[in-house]
Design a protein around this ligand. Structure first.
Ligand code: ASP
Length: 266
């Protein structure tokens, strides 16, 4: 978490863009085997890896997403290329791979994304609450006042091939409006989609002007109306952070000009 926060911070502290910061932070976590994104993704019921990722900047509401993509080491970078191309918001499966080729992102070996931990997990029956977790996300505010958000995941363990979760969906797992804030969600994707959690969290933030309160109320919404569990991180337009979860563990890291080191309060 610390390395990811510092990767994002290196971009921001040298005057870089929020979009570059969140892409860098999430790329670090996609490489880390402990997280359910990129290398370390959970496996589908077929034992394959299919990843979802999305990225958004909150000035012009530019966004890019990929869903159910195999054989890509950094799905967040592919989502970024979709954003930059500007024509579409989301590409899936084989079309996303063809697009990756066209923008020079190489396919990786499918086996290089699979860790022993996930292979063992796939071999065991999965208890329902253990299907979640490990999705990665980042929210950043840069010097020009732009907020950006990135989210990346392997999805839920044992999911059916072709299933797409909230992490690929703008307004659900990822949302940013620079005049309000930005939010990245994790948890039960179907429940997050049901309540359009990312967008709703920013509505609470706009009304209450309190990031911690907005995060908490959004998680209550997820549990009570969405009938699922999870959590979210958010940042408001002033750079104040909020986070909340209904799950036992959601590691986070916060870095700001007022801190010398990332804060990891978990
Ligand atoms: N939200 C992700 C999904 O449903 C899973 C997770 O956050 O653990 O795909």
């Amino acid at each position: 978490m610390r390395a990811a926060a510092l990767a994002g911070w290196r971009v921001l502290s040298t005057g870089g863009a929020a979009l570059d910061a969140v892409e860098s932070a999430v790329s670090v976590l996609e490489d880390h085997p402990r997280f359910n994104a990129g290398h370390g993704s959970v496996l589908t019921s077929d034992g394959t890896v299919e990843m979802d990722a999305s990225i958004m900047e909150g000035d012009r509401l530019q966004c890019g997403a990929v869903a159910a993509v195999p054989r890509i080491a950094h799905p967040i970078t592919l989502a970024r290329r979709v954003l930059e191309a500007g024509r579409h918001v989301m590409l899936v499966g084989d079309g996303a791979l063809a697009f990756a080729r066209s923008v020079g992102i190489p396919e990786c070996d499918a086996a290089s994304l699979v860790t022993d931990r996930q292979r063992r997990r796939h071999a065991e029956p999965v208890p329902p609450r253990a299907m979640l977790g490990g999705t990665v996300g980042a929210v950043a505010l840069d010097r020009s006042g732009t907020i950006a958000v990135a989210t990346s995941t392997g999805g839920t363990a044992g999911k059916l091939p072709g299933r797409v979760g909230d992490s690929a969906l703008i307004g659900c797992g990822t949302y940013a409006e620079s005049s309000i804030g930005g939010v990245s969600c994790t948890g039960d994707g179907e429940a997050i989609i049901r309540v359009v959690l990312g967008h709703r969290a920013l509505c609470y933030l706009k009304d209450a002007d309190d990031p911690e309160y907005a995060a908490k109320v959004a998680v209550d919404l997820l549990v009570e109306e969405g009938r699922g569990h999870g959590g979210l991180i958010l940042l408001d337009w002033r750079g104040r952070a909020g986070y909340a979860c209904s799950t036992p563990l959601m590691p986070i890291a916060v870095m700001s000009p007022a801190l010398r080191e990332p804060r990891t309060p978990f």
